[in-house]
Design a protein around this ligand. Sequence first.
Ligand code: SF4
Ligand code: SF4
Length: 381
Amino acid sequence: MIYKQYGNTGLKVSAVGFGGMRFDTTKSNEENAELVLYAYDKGINFFDTAPAYCGDRSEDIFGIAFRQLTAQRKKFFVSTKGTPIEFDTAQKAQDAVDRSLERLGIDYIDFYYVWCIRTMAQYELAMIDGGQYEGLLEAKSQKKIKHITISSHLRGDQLGNILAKDEFDGVLLGINILNFGYRWKAVELAHEKGLGVVAMNPLAGGVIPQNENKLSYLASENETPTEAALRFCISSPQIAVTLNGFTTKEHIDMACKVAESAKEFSSETLDKIRKSTPDGVNRLCTSCGYCLRDCPKKIPISGYLQIYNESLIADRSDSEMIKLIKDNHSWGLLADKWGDAKDCIRCHRCEENCTQHIDIMDRLEQMSRWEEKAYELEENS
Ligand code: SF4
Ligand code: SF4
């Protein structure tokens, strides 16, 4: 494992971080906690969680592992989060910190994120008098939090305006080998300001491992596109920690193997990747599911958008997309769905929540055209 400085904090963190959003929820909390301990033994000392991850079980799973590590006087770093929308007063923010501490079984949280800032209005909500940030400052003064950090999906220039105010010690950003051409400015800004930069979604929400054939141009000799994508984040000097959502020991082994020999990409290779990456791939659906919360028509938006990803990555023809939708009706992402793409009433709610700023309504409109043809095929088959 390699270890890096977390911004200007003086802390040395493992280049690979354990993202606690992809535990196998068919297993018990105790079984999943074994995975956390396995990761620690492999040299991972940075663990990221949040209330609500994995059906609200992630903090409890880490708590089981952390109690064991603490009993053995092991050192590790923990980050967790709260949104300014849910915790919109200082008191609610402090209560959320207390709840996370209790569940995690630790005395303090190393990094607490003002979570999922997608718009400037959400940032401003966190900063109002008597709001979340004020509560976090109080928790910090009581030594319950060491560092207040921000998790952002804002554009680079907007994030720059926030970082200029010196309110945060670190930032969590969605960055990967497919979108870096469009997102890198925010990483550089944060790094230059001395913030610890943590990368989330290094595999574009699973899109890269699922499309290795089509993305073979990402890889150098003797590596897979997935390994190349991990190497891109892990080897970047600007990124302190690359979070991986681990489900199995094999996932941990692969990330650690990449971290052991992480050779930085040359600027020539990055230029080549940038030119080979099709337009629109900077805005792939990462299946995070935030768009699903408020859809009045209960449309399985992320299912449709993941299928739409295929048209971006693989440049699929109309007939291929129609077939793909038909197949997904039977056994895939669109089986047992409530609403169709055509039911969208363009209320904008999903787009306001989308972490990737995707033009969801337009993509659904295109999907509904293909879906109509898919239904015709199904009727005639
Ligand atoms: S715009 Fe369409 S898909 Fe999005 S929330 Fe509204 S009805 Fe649902
Ligand atoms: S459409 Fe946006 S919010 Fe919805 S799952 Fe995809 S990336 Fe996430």
